[in-house]
Design a protein around this ligand. Structure first.
Ligand code: ZN
Length: 89
C-alpha cells in the first residue's frame, strides 16, 4: 500500500490533508482511470484531467467538468482519511 496526501484548500496554512492508500497504479481522482504517469497536479491526477481534457483529447464539457469534480470530492470523502500534518484526527 502506498499513501498519498491531497491538500485541502489552504492546506499549507491549515495543515489539513486527505490521505488515500492504493496498491499499485492509483486511479485518477477525477476520471477514475489508472494514472500510469503522474501529471503536474500529482500522482493521483492523470495528464488529460490535469488539462481538463478527456482521454480522447476533447475538452471537458461543462457537465463533464462538474462530474469530474464531483467524483474528486466523492473519492476524498469516501476513501480519504482526514489528517492534520501527520497526526490522525
Ligand atoms: Zn483523469
Amino acid at each position: 500500500m502506498k499513501k498519498y496526501q491531497i491538500g485541502l484548500a489552504g492546506a499549507a496554512f491549515t495543515g489539513f490533508y486527505y490521505e488515500l492508500e492504493y496498491d499499485g497504479v492509483p486511479p485518477c481522482l477525477y476520471c477514475g482511470e489508472p494514472v500510469e504517469s503522474p501529471s503536474m497536479d500529482g500522482p493521483l491526477v492523470c495528464g488529460p484531467c490535469d488539462c481538463g481534457n478527456n482521454r480522447d483529447g476533447t475538452d471537458w464539457t461543462f457537465r463533464e467538468n462538474q462530474e469530474r469534480h464531483k467524483h474528486f470530492k466523492h473519492v476524498l470523502e469516501t476513501h480519504g482519511k482526514l489528517i492534520k500534518l501527520g497526526e490522525k484526527l
